[in-house]
Design a protein around this ligand. Structure first.
Ligand SMILES: C[S@@+](CC[C@H](N)C(=O)[O-])C[C@H]1O[C@@H](n2cnc3c(N)ncnc32)[C@H](O)[C@@H]1O
Length: 354
């Protein structure tokens, strides 16, 4: 008995902290899972549309759900500052949104709800279970091991519902990122008459860019099954094709979250095709991607590192690149110089010149 007590005893502050912290890893998925549940139930939208704080009884009745389960969900999410309680009268309180849940309404301009639903969906979670086998040398990439040999593009091409989930997730991230680019460094778009967004998804980025700079004619270039679903937009032409075959000609090629999907060899191929598409004297690439191992501290450091793991699980050997790794692929693709601007998101803006 005495030995057991000794074995269970915490010896130092460090060990005590470790004992507490390990639970973050054991149950680290629960905040994601419960936030997903709240989005699926539409709780952020319901609270947004309710003019006053909403009581548990009102929310239960609106959802037609079990009151005690809902109470526990809300208690959990209040702890994580997703929702908050505000007094309604001296004796009652109601739920309201916080800055975090304002980002979780389905139609909000800066909503990240679709990204939460994408990343927590079964088809995106399955490859994580294949990660260790791949690190140990399994030749099949984690995504392909989880999805009958299909990479993410083959899988989404064959599964329209998952393709929509993917495009919507990318679009909500793109909406926020591109607004930050337009606000943070508008000079990047100066003098451009045409711009091709390579791997532009449903055209969300270009929609924002041509709205801010209406003299730019945008070409949204992506795989045929993606552009066939893209909504029409004045000033933007959707073109379906394969960026490994060719890239439509324009004054500049914009690439956001595309080079990181590929290992160096393919990334260099894509950059070369973009180089062929722009005028060699005046053209440039505008790359919006994260840079890992930046020297200075910044708020999105962790996001870059997490995305690098996401690339391992989901992409075709892609990665988030360091400055040196970016310089290498630019040089190999025939570019001579580049400049970098850091903006208020996990991306940086890299202008690359032939
Ligand atoms: C990570 S998503 C980024 C989408 C968008 N640029 C954004 O930032 O939200 C990568 C995009 O590359 C597209 N893509 C993948 N392979 C492609 C190819 N061979 N040719 C053209 N586009 C491709 C995908 O369909 C997808 O829309």
């Amino acid at each position: 008995m005495a030995t057991e007590i000794k074995r269970g005893r915490i010896h130092s502050k460090e060990e005590e902290t470790a004992q507490e912290e390990i639970w973050k890893y054991i149950f680290g998925f629960t905040p994601t899972a419960v936030v997903k549940c709240a989005i699926e139930l539409g709780i952020p939208d319901i609270l947004e549309n309710h003019e006053t704080p909403m009581t548990l009884a009102e929310l239960t009745s609106k959802l037609g759900c079990n009151e005690s389960s809902l109470y526990r969900i809300m208690r959990f999410l209040i702890h994580y500052k997703i929702f908050q309680e505000k007094p309604i009268s001296e004796t009652s309180v109601g739920y309201t949104l916080t800055p975090l849940s304002r980002l979780l309404t389905r139609r909000g301009e800066n909503s990240m709800a679709d990204m939460v639903l994408l990343q927590s969906s079964p088809f995106m979670l399955a490859p994580w279970h294949k990660l260790s086998a791949w690190v140990l040398g399994n030749k099949v990439l984690p995504f392909e091991a989880a999805h009958d040999g299909k990479d993410i593009w083959g899988f989404t091409a064959a599964n329209p519902d998952q393709s929509k989930l993917f495009d919507d997730g990318m679009a909500c991230d793109a909406r926020v990122a591109v607004a930050t680019v337009v606000e943070g460094c508008p000079e990047v778009f100066k003098g451009l008459k045409t711009m091709v967004d390579v791997g532009g998804g449903d055209g969300t980025a270009l929609r924002t860019i041509v709205k801010a700079f209406p003299w730019i004619k945008g070409i949204n270039y992506d795989l045929p099954h993606v552009v066939s679903m893209a909504p029409a937009c004045p000033g933007v032409e959707h073109v379906g094709g394969n960026m490994f075959d060719y890239v439509p000609k324009a004054d500049a090629a914009y690439l956001m979250k595309v080079p990181h999907d590929w290992r160096d060899e393919e990334c260099i191929e894509i950059l070369k095709k973009c180089r062929d598409a722009i005028p060699l004297d005046t053209g440039k690439l505008i790359i919006v991607e994260s840079i890992v191992e930046r020297k200075e501290d910044h708020a999105f450091k962790e996001v870059g590192l997490m995305l690098d793991m996401v690339m391992m699980a989901h992409s075709s050997n892609g990665k988030e690149r360091t400055l040196e790794e970016w310089s290498y692929v630019f040089r190999k693709a025939g570019f001579t110089r580049h400049t970098i601007k850091h903006i208020r998101t996990y991306h940086s803006v890299i202008e690359v010149y032939p």
